[in-house]
Design a protein around this ligand. Structure first.
Ligand SMILES: *[C@@H]1O[C@H](CO)[C@@H](O)[C@H](O)[C@H]1NC(C)=O
Ligand SMILES: *[C@@H]1O[C@H](CO)[C@@H](O)[C@H](O)[C@H]1NC(C)=O
Ligand SMILES: *[C@@H]1O[C@H](CO)[C@@H](O)[C@H](O)[C@H]1NC(C)=O
Ligand SMILES: *[C@@H]1O[C@H](CO)[C@@H](O)[C@H](O)[C@H]1NC(C)=O
Ligand SMILES: *[C@@H]1O[C@H](CO)[C@@H](O)[C@H](O)[C@H]1NC(C)=O
Length: 632
């Protein structure tokens, strides 16, 4: 099977290559049916659409839209905006079939001998393919003329061995472009490790544009960029339980994340609705829990997704939500391991149908969790883990005789909320032990949602700030955030009023709009300034350990066919907030945001349209109030 696929790929590659060579030989350039009559000029930092010829038929000095956007303004149309950049207005013509990425250390050592270096090798290949795709149409016919300068890219890493992203990984990079005396273009990338170098390649990719007037790939002649992210955790959550999401759709998400320098794909892989994860320790989970036998993630697919993400600078972070948000898939276990599954009326036992929670008094529950943790750790090889811990319904446990009896034995007979928190705490501690055991006795950072265990005034009774990172999903003005910050928890923001991308659609139980409507526009996402949120709560951001933020897509109403549009380009708005932490608001980013959306579409991501294309071509005309000036 694999061999056949390899042969097919080889045949395709040969076919492409021969199509390419013959196209080059005959020097055919795929010309548009008509030469364009519109071009662009940079006027007051805005690209103005003008006719290529004036009324007398004289040619005007015009640029392609891509070139104008690259050279007009101060951000070189980059997304996210680098922290420090200088790019020349003069451009060079790049020979797209002559791009060499040198991944050899200063001392001549071959980075490919390091695991970080082999990642770099793959990322370089991706980079070259991206340029090839810009320059040619699918059958290999070039969109550009033959010619241009050779692009030499030299990557220098201080730590070529690093192949895993952690919360301490330095993702910064420096990128320099200059012309060499022999006419070649010299690009130098300096980074601590692969992850920074990959971001540099992404920036370089964005700086190379297809000029459809000159029919060239073009790059600024001089570039100096020094860049690093403001926050180390920049995530997207995708729920694959409420609806199944195909591996292809997940890969498109990873492509768009890489293009936006996001670094964490939080995979909410299971929930009450379905269990698509194929567990090697307990293969009955997916047999009972997947929607159909085909809608599963096999170990091979998980490993593939993890590798796909890593080359794109993205960690794939698994979540096994427990003790609530379980149900389907656990039917085979018996022994009262789960309680309230599909309980009716659901409103009494959970937040949405179907209900289901684990029974913390049953030993077998911990053995099963241990197996699942083991499976996930060995496939994802994560540097951190998400244990969920969301929305336990005490009424469910309170209505389960075996749990109440157990509580009496443990002297928790009051049956008050705090008694149930003790039960939850008992669960969390035992589950945590199982996780550490599955990780060969090593602790790793664990994320948990704000929930009953993080109740005001109580959180530090249950959760050790050295062990637990808290992901906030309540609103950005929740006073609990101040308490968590003061108690020194590391924080990830998913404040729902700005970062829940499932909000604003029709209801799926009953009628009207869904619970967290209205729809959140990209502008609000962009302006979700974490430091401002903290200051508004009276917390000094510099004294706080804010790791970053995460956009979430709960998929009750989305699946493979719609995740692209739900996530993109809004998640990219968050990406710039977290990378550049701009002092300006969305207005200053608008033209670039619209351009970035086009970039995502070219990657094959079905990102939502933000504006008529007319606005993309007529910068500065689509506004609401007069005092707003766009800046690139
Ligand atoms: C562009 O690169 C190709 C492949 O290296 C080479 O054959 C060709 O001569 C180059 N074109 C120019 C104008 O240098
Ligand atoms: C590009 O410039 C850097 C810094 O000046 C130099 O170290 C490197 O060797 C040059 N690359 C090539 C291919 O000449
Ligand atoms: C499940 O719980 C009920 C009620 O406490 C009990 O009667 C029953 O024996 C339990 N079943 C198993 C298999 O433990
Ligand atoms: C429960 O309380 C009783 C009386 O105070 C005590 O004797 C017993 O040891 C306690 N049991 C547990 C499990 O803490
Ligand atoms: C649990 O049930 C008992 C008996 O109905 C009730 O008194 C108690 O308030 C309930 N506890 C919670 C936390 O709902």
């Amino acid at each position: 099977m694999q061999r056949a696929a390899m042969l097919a790929a080889l045949a395709l590659a040969l076919l492409l290559q021969s199509a390419l060579t013959s196209a080059l030989e005959s020097n055919t350039v795929r010309a548009a049916a008509d030469e364009p009559i519109w071009g662009y000029q940079c006027v007051k930092e805005r690209c103005e659409r003008v006719l290529v010829h004036d009324a007398e038929g004289r040619a005007r000095a015009v640029q392609a839209l891509s070139v104008c956007k690259l050279t007009c303004g101060t951000s070189a149309n980059l997304w996210p905006r680098p922290r420090h950049l200088h790019t020349s207005k003069t451009l060079d013509w790049v020979n797209y079939s002559s791009i060499n990425v040198e991944t050899r250390g200063d001392d001549g050592s071959d980075y490919r001998n390091h695991r970080g270096g082999s990642l770099l090798q793959q990322a370089s290949e991706l980079f070259r393919e991206q340029q090839m795709r810009k320059a040619t149409i699918k059958d290999g016919t070039p969109l550009v003329k033959t010619g241009g300068k050779t692009l030499e890219v030299t990557v220098s890493l201080r730590d070529p061995g690093r192949h895993q992203l952690t919360l301490n990984t330095d993702e910064g990079y420096e990128l320099f472009v200059k012309i060499m005396s022999d006419g070649r273009i010299n690009t130098t990338i300096i980074a601590d490790n692969f992850f920074g170098a990959r971001h540099a390649l992404e920036t370089l990719n964005q700086l190379i544009v297809l000029d459809d007037l000159e029919k060239q790939l073009r790059l600024p002649r001089e570039v100096t960029i020094r860049d690093s992210p403001a926050f180390p955790y920049r995530g997207v959550l995708l729920d694959t339980s409420r609806n199944f999401v195909s591996v292809d759709a997940i890969k498109r998400t990873l492509d768009a994340m890489a293009a936006s320098k996001l670094n964490t794909f939080h995979w909410h892989i299971t929930d009450s609705h379905s269990f698509p994860f194929v567990s090697q320790s307990f293969p009955k989970f997916h047999l009972y829990g997947a929607y159909t036998p085909a809608e599963v993630y096999t170990p091979t697919e998980v490993v593939d997704v993890v590798a796909y993400g890593r080359v794109r600078g993205v960690r794939v972070l698994p979540e096994l939500d427990a003790p609530a948000h379980v149900g389907e898939g656990w039917q085979w276990v018996g022994d009262n391991a789960t309680v309230c599954v599909k309980a009716e009326p659901w409103q009494k036992y959970c937040v949405e149908p179907p209900c289901g929670q684990l029974n913390p008094t049953v030993d077998k529950v911990y053995d099963l969790l241990g197996g699942l943790y083991h499976d996930m750790l060995s496939l994802f090889k994560p540097d951190m883990f998400h244990m969920g811990g969301d929305e336990v319904n005490f009424n469910c446990w309170n209505n389960t005789d075996s749990i109440v009896e157990w509580m009496v034995k443990k002297n928790l007979s009051g049956r008050q909320e705090d008694d149930f928190r003790m039960v939850w705490d008992h669960f969390q501690k035992r589950a945590y032990e199982k996780l550490v055991e599955a990780n060969h006795g090593h602790e790793l950072p664990v994320v948990i949602w704000t929930s009953g265990l993080t109740a005001p005034g109580k959180v530090d009774r249950y959760l050790d700030p050295k062990k637990y990172i808290i992901q906030i999903w309540t609103k950005g003005d929740d006073p609990l955030i101040k308490e968590l910050a003061e108690k020194k928890y590391r924080l990830i923001f998913s404040n729902y009023e700005a970062l829940y991308f499932d909000c604003g659609f029709g209801a799926w139980v009953g009628e009207g709009n869904n619970w967290c409507s209205p729809y959140i526009g990209w502008q609000k996402v962009y302006d979700n300034d974490l430091k401002k949120l903290l200051r508004n709560l009276g917390v000094e951001p510099d004294q706080t350990s804010v790791l970053g933020a995460e956009a979430t897509l709960w998929t009750e109403q989305a699946d493979s066919h719609s995740v692209d549009g739900r996530l993109w380009p809004r998640a990219a708005a968050m990406a710039e907030r977290l990378w550049s932490d701009p002092v300006t608001g969305w207005q200053a980013a608008e033209y670039r945001m619209v351009s970035h959306r086009e970039r995502l579409v070219k990657l094959g991501v079905q990102a939502d349209s933000l504006q008529p294309q007319w606005c993309h071509q007529n910068e500065g005309y689509c506004y609401l109030s007069h005092n707003i000036q766009g800046e690139h």
